[in-house]
Design a protein around this ligand. Sequence first.
Ligand code: IMP
Ligand code: MG
Length: 173
Amino acid sequence: MPENMILLLSKAEIAQKVKSLAAQISRDYAGRDLCLIGILKGAVVFLSDLVRELTIPVQIDFVRVASYGSGTASSGNIQITKDVELDVQNRNVLIVEDIVDSGLTIARFLDHLKQFNPQSVAVCAFLDKTERRQVQVPVDYVGYVVEDAFLVGYGLDFDEKYRQLPEVYKIET
Ligand code: IMP
Ligand code: MG
């Protein structure tokens, strides 16, 4: 591991948190129809773990909401480069995200989803950097609220590196 990386969340901590989020979601959506929409690419790892802990049937889809630039902050220039493919009209949607930072990505996607007339929309984020918020967005299920630091691993990248790490690390940039 490069020496500027500090362990923040271990595999065991992550697994326990994912279990408890999945239990909450399974309870809240029991007997209701649910579509999970993961935001590529960061949410892939979290979503994969989450669905395997759910005890209710769900459908899965992915969108890519790209914020251009390879820096460590959202550029605000957010485009949907791969759209929803499931028909979500009159259905319950749970957006699954790795981390909410400025909130711009989620805000943009929530706005985009409206045209499909879902019955309900909620957001589940593994990590939430609440203090960096620029726009208020509802985050209904949160794994951990984290301080303002750049994080990698468990799907999160720095310049496309480190997504595959099973733990979350703080990186000194
Ligand atoms: P937002 O639009 O500023 O809320 O940013 C959301 C996206 O920025 C996330 O889906 C991540 O892809 C990325 N991001 C924000 N903070 C981090 C971080 O600490 N590490 C890696 N990616 C991050
Ligand atoms: Mg992301």
